[in-house]
Design a protein around this ligand. Structure first.
Ligand SMILES: Cc1cc2nc3c(=O)[nH]c(=O)nc-3n(C[C@H](O)[C@H](O)[C@H](O)COP(=O)(O)O)c2cc1C
Length: 186
């Protein structure tokens, strides 16, 4: 079974986007679609970036854990809120740790806001950053507006059938890309 890393990007007190990360984890596991690793940046509590992982002389256990889990995952979902038209500094702080370790890793982006637009502006800048780094940015998207109204604290959606339907389309693109890559690599 493929392994998918889910990066939860908000480290804010009272954060809401983590609900979507929890939902994706349950969706993948309950439907036997993939094994998951939830990479929660709030739990990692990284200091401000000083150096890429490969150049760190004595990386912390947290940095080793995070980089190893993302490197070993077959694909990734990044759940990000929109802060001032882009993605949070905590996410940039974490992904700058990587260089070629993530080349061609399939990744999809899910954006979140508490307003009506679902974090659509954050998609553009994050997609560019991931493309620039060499991730395989899969052309699908998931926007989650008014997050607090649609998911509870445990990631349970108010409207499960509609949410699952939307998620199926999103996840299928990621799984297709992971499968295609695995066939190419034999
Ligand atoms: C610093 C900051 C900037 C924000 N900027 C935007 C924004 O540009 N667009 C938007 O739709 N929502 C914006 N919001 C509202 C967020 O979408 C909302 O707070 C959401 O819950 C953030 O995700 P989080 O709770 O997981 O941190 C901003 C929130 C914060 C804290």
């Amino acid at each position: 079974m493929f392994k998918i890393a889910i990066i939860s990007s908000s480290i804010r007190e009272e954060r809401k986007s983590h609900r979507l990360a929890l939902y994706f984890q349950k969706y993948l596991e309950n439907n036997n679609l993939a094994e998951t690793e939830l990479l929660d940046l709030k739990q990692y509590n990284f200091p401000i970036f000083e150096e890429r992982f490969k150049n760190l002389k004595s990386p912390s256990d947290e940095v080793i854990d995070f980089t190893t889990k993302l490197k070993n995952a077959d694909g990734a979902i990044i759940v990000t809120p929109e802060y001032n038209g882009t993605y949070p500094a905590a996410l940039k702080n974490a992904i700058d740790l990587f260089t070629s370790e993530i080349t061609r890793k399939p990744v999809v982006i899910a954006t979140v806001s508490d307003g009506d637009f679902g974090g659509t502006q954050a998609l553009i800048s994050l997609q560019f950053t991931l493309w620039k780094m060499g991730f395989w940015t899969v052309p699908t998207r998931f926007h989650s507006p008014r997050i607090h109204e649609h998911f509870d604290e445990n990631g349970v959606p108010n409207d499960a059938p509609a949410t699952d339907k939307k998620t199926k389309r999103f996840i299928n693109e990621l799984l297709w890309s992971i499968e295609a890559k695995s066939r190419m690599e034999g």
